[in-house]
Design a protein around this ligand. Structure first.
Ligand code: ATP
Ligand code: MG
Length: 485
């Protein structure tokens, strides 16, 4: 846990009786988030005005008890340890800001994802309708916008319709930024709540902004709302926009299926998002039933020989006359790099640029079947990436974004800082920023979800060619697969 200490977070081992009278040992760990009083011990608190708000006036239990925590480990046996817990998100009895003294700002960074506008809208409406905050600024164009652009004034009226549109109303950017300049700007403008919506890079930036603010002893809460369409954020159940992406992916898969079903030897390839984690491809495949094979970054595949992709394609073409392959963008990267002798390239933010697996695989399949097998194939390649990223979020993501935004608002008002929000086993929690950036969620090849996919498509598992996977499979009894039910 040394990584957390670096960010000045407290890790408390709570005596069991404090949390539950039934627990008798002290293996109950809470990974707590920082609070403004950690570095401003004399900060005054106020009664939460939420009770007077129209929305909460009739709610029976308005406030979350400070000792309420959410368990990370949900599948337990009688003797298993209690494990890690996070503070339950929600309104607290005491707040550390007077609403008329709040000056909040919202910024969006990194790539697009359905739902960003809903989160922005609900932060603005949540602050205003629940807490009576009237001073909210929109930072334009990502982190750099703090010091290179003018701000927008955000009111419920201004953001009223933005959730109906894709993209980000506040605009976004990639590439470096200057943490000190941002914090100078926060200080100069008198901002005391900062809401940061963005992916892994953005959240790393948010952790640094929080650290600098704590170092300067400013009464400023920093709340991160993690964004990634790939669903690869550690700890949380699911990231916003993921459901929408899976749903929209169905249209592309369906189009591929219609195309290849109408010609002889039709081979449809649909490339979906998923740089390091194949969740979109996996769940879109499970949802569709039209997919014959799903290739993801976590599962190395091979083309030639027994158990290889070519053999499988030939078999399905002979059986059905067509095949649909779903491909995550990060699949087979090492394989392609070796094949193309390609050097590694990076984007403006320092992320590795992926080689384009879609056209590469299409060409490999075409070459193999025309030249080697003497069997012409009808290739239909679809890349719906930008169409998926650009749509507004669907109904379930809209509800989810609302919860994320309101949780963030409650957390910041309650004086928490350096935190992110997200559901852990379907209960929203406050999670230390460092915790969501230190690892990525990936599809566990020895987990039940991937097994279900293999059972559903009956595709090769490519296990025979992977020593690493063979070892993993042999070790299956020691792997905790409970997280991927
Ligand atoms: P996504 O990858 O989901 O599109 P992201 O937030 O990871 O989103 P990036 O372009 O990597 O997207 O980062 C967004 C911003 O975060 C950048 O403009 C940069 O200023 C900042 N950032 C990126 N990486 C880091 C880092 N390691 N430390 C601090 N700040 C970072
Ligand atoms: Mg990223």
């Amino acid at each position: 846990f040394s990584g957390f200490r670096r960010f000045g977070l407290r890790i408390i081992s709570v005596k069991a009786e404090q949390a539950s009278s039934r627990v008798t040992d002290d293996d109950f760990i809470i990974e707590d988030v920082p609070h403004l009083t950690d570095f401003l011990p004399h900060l005054p608190s106020y009664p939460n005005p939420l009770k007077n708000s129209q929305a909460y006036a009739i709610v029976k239990e308005t406030f979350v008890k400070p000792e309420d925590v959410v368990a990370q480990k949900i599948v337990v046996t009688k003797d298993s340890t209690r494990g890690i817990h996070f503070r339950r998100a929600g309104p607290r009895e005491k707040v550390y800001f007077k609403p008329d003294e709040v000056r909040a700002c919202v910024v969006t960074c990194g790539g697009l994802c359905p739902g960003i506008n809903t989160v922005v809208r609900e932060i603005v409406c949540g602050l205003n309708f629940m807490y009576g905050v009237n001073d909210i600024l929109g930072i334009e164009g990502g982190y750099r916008g703090f010091y290179s652009k003018n701000t927008l004034t955000l009111t419920p009226k201004v953001v009223n319709n933005i959730h109906k549109h894709g993209g980000t109303f506040l605009r976004t950017s990639r590439g470096g930024h200057d943490t000190n300049k941002i914090v100078d700007n926060i200080q100069d403008r008198g901002i005391n709540q900062v809401y940061i919506i963005g992916g892994d890079g953005t959240q790393r930036g948010a952790a640094l902004i929080y650290q600098e603010i704590a170092k300067r002893g400013l009464q400023v809460s920093v709340a991160g709302i993690p964004k990634t369409i790939d669903n690869d954020i550690a700890v949380i159940d699911k990231s916003f926009g993921f459901d929408t992406a899976v749903e929209e992916a169905q249209r592309a898969i369906n189009a591929a299926h219609v195309e290849v079903g109408s010609v002889d030897n039709g081979v449809g390839i649909v490339k979906l998002m998923g740089r390091y984690s194949g969740f979109i491809a996996t769940i879109a495949t499970l949802a569709s039933r039209d997919v014959d094979c799903c290739l993801i970054p976590e599962s190395p595949f091979y083309l030639e020989g027994t158990g290889g992709l070519f053999e499988f394609i030939e078999q399905r073409l002979k059986e059905n006359g067509h095949i649909v392959i779903v491909l995550a963008e990060g699949a087979g990267q090492d394989f392609i790099a070796r094949d193309m002798h390609a050097a590694e390239e990076k984007d403006a933010s320092g992320n590795r640029l992926l080689l384009d697996v879609g056209p590469w695989l299409s060409q490999k399949i075409k070459d193999h079947f025309t030249k080697v097998q003497k069997m012409a194939v009808n290739m239909k390649y679809i890349d719906p990436t930008y169409m998926i990223r650009a749509i507004p979020s669907n109904a379930s993501d809209n509800v989810y974004c609302t919860l994320l935004a309101q949780s963030a608002v409650h957390g910041a008002m309650a004086g928490y800082t350096g935190f992110t929000v997200g559901p852990v086993n379907s209960r929203h929690a406050y999670i230390p920023i460092a915790r969501v950036t230190e690892t990525q969620n990936t599809v566990e090849l020895t987990g039940r979800m991937w097994a279900r996919l293999l059972a559903s498509t009956n595709q090769p598992s490519f296990v025979t060619n992977s020593e690493e996977l063979k070892e993993k499979a042999a070790d299956i009894n020691n792997v905790d697969i409970s997280a991927q039910i």
